[in-house]
Design a protein around this ligand. Structure first.
Ligand code: CP
Ligand code: NVA
Length: 303
């Protein structure tokens, strides 16, 4: 198992499926009231430079649920806000905690922290990746639909951090992925090229949301303007309008297709209230599974 969790790319299929399997086991054990203490005496630091509800709370709950401790640091309250070098921050934090969970803008921040850390660094979202989220999403799909390999997954909307992590997952795990993104909002080209080299099924990029959801077992949507892109909101509303997941678009997919949204959702933009609240949407199971996946990741990297 790699020391850090910077993106999905450094993991093998066996390692990712192992983490999901363990998360499913930990979820079952929690439901029957089993107490876990395997991280007793361990502490993680959460360094968050962007807002978060789910990721923060699910990492904290996961760590406490395994008997460990958490220190939360909002980016603006640390000396990073006053330009302390990341390499210093990383070496200092490594003396206090057993792992760092980082949410930030540039992927290079995670890379530099990892380069200088003597403890594991876990990516809790950057502009380029959201790897822990996609792992819990795949866990949710497996729970609802069985093994991921034969499934056809559709991505509709922005070629953002979530799309990039889904592309890496498709390359590693070997499922079919079709992304419909407007021109100018495609996923990262290098990630696409590298993942296609590893893939055993097609990873296809198109511009037509109807073609993407046709025959899909899973439809994935996310906000049109990610954190940090708020000033592009108006332009994006215009560009993305035909990419809304509404009743009409959902009707083009098989009736047993499930809808994923990592949340937070902007109802009336990327998804309608009706679709988000429908029985086909499993967004709240996804949200729950973040905690179980985070437990599996923490146990494996820090335990
Ligand atoms: N899905 C997700 O990462 O949500 P938060 O931004 O609330 O952590
Ligand atoms: N793409 C979104 C995901 C939020 C969890 C963002 O980066 O804001």
């Amino acid at each position: 198992m790699p020391k850090h969790f910077r993106s999905l790319q450094e993991f093998t299929k066996l390692e990712l499926l192992g983490l999901i399997g363990r998360a499913i086991e930990l979820k079952k054990e929690k439901k029957v009231g089993k107490i876990h203490q395997q991280l007793m005496g361990k502490t993680i630091g959460l360094i968050f430079e962007k807002p978060s509800t789910r990721t923060r709370v699910s990492f904290e709950a996961a760590m406490y649920g395994l008997g460990g401790q958490v220190i939360f640091l909002s980016g603006r309250d640390t000396q990073l806000a006053r330009s302390e070098p990341l390499k210093d921050m990383s070496r200092v934090m490594s003396r206090y905690v057993d792992g760092m969970v980082v949410r930030t803008f540039g992927q290079e921040v995670v890379e530099e922290l990892a380069a200088y850390a003597t403890v594991p660094v876990i990516n809790a979202l950057t502009d380029l990746h959201h790897p822990c989220q996609v792992l819990s999403d795949i866990m949710t799909v497996i729970e609802k639909k069985g093994p991921i390999e034969p499934l056809r997954i559709a991505w509709v909307g922005d070629g953002n951090n979530m799309a990039n992590s889904w592309i890496q997952a498709a390359g590693i795990l070997g499922f079919e992925l079709t992304l419909a993104c407007p021109q100018g909002y495609e996923p990262d080209q290098e990630i696409l090229t590298e993942s296609r080299k590893r893939a055993s099924k097609p990873i296809t990029l198109i511009e037509d949301p109807v073609a993407a959801v046709h025959g899909a077992d899973v439809i994935n949507v996310d906000v049109w303007a990610s954190m940090g892109k708020e000033d592009e909101q108006e332009e994006r509303l215009r560009v993305f309008s035909r990419f809304q997941l509404n009743r009409e678009l959902l009707a083009k997919a098989p009736t047993d297709c499930v809808v994923l949204h990592c949340l937070p959702a902007h109802r009336g933009e990327e998804i309608t209230d009706e679709v988000l609240e429908s029985a086909q949407c499993i967004a709240f199971d996804q949200a729950e599974n973040k905690m179980h996946i985070h437990k599996a990741i923490l146990e494996s990297l820090i335990g």
